[in-house]
Design a protein around this ligand. Structure first.
Ligand SMILES: [Zn+2]
Length: 129
């Protein structure tokens, strides 16, 4: 099997997560709750897609998660809530995203935040596909 078929396998595995993922996400972006342009994003490129390493995200959140520029930090204020999510993968991605936000509300959120070690390790290990 070459690289391409592995890639296709991963895409198929990602697609197969559609229903349980939509259920967890309530068919909304798992970060900002937008309901347009949703796509499953694998957060550790080297792993097989599972519910624990995939988020359903809108186009904007997917772009920021993949390292895209943050043009309007105040549009990301939903992070104030999501960094307290009880779903580890949601919390980890929100923590990682918050670390890049340059805004007073983000400073306050970081100061008050408490994240357990497992989630911090997950956040540090993110490598979105
Ligand atoms: Zn979003």
């Amino acid at each position: 099997m070459g690289g391409k078929s592995r890639h296709d396998e991963k895409k198929a595995a990602l697609a197969a997560l559609g229903r349980p993922l939509s259920r967890r996400a309530r068919s909304r972006c798992e970060l900002c709750e937008a309901n347009q342009g949703l796509q499953p994003v694998l957060l550790r490129a080297s792993e097989e897609p599972e519910l624990e390493n995939v988020l359903l995200l809108c186009g904007r959140c997917a772009d920021v998660v993949r390292g895209g520029r943050i043009d309007a930090p105040d549009d990301l204020r939903f992070l104030e809530q999501v960094v307290w999510s009880e779903v580890p993968v949601q919390q980890a991605v929100a923590v990682r995203m918050l670390a890049r936000v340059d805004a007073p509300w983000a400073d306050v959120t970081r100061e008050n935040l408490w994240v357990d070690e497992a989630v911090q390790a997950l956040a540090d290990g993110l490598d979105p596909a």
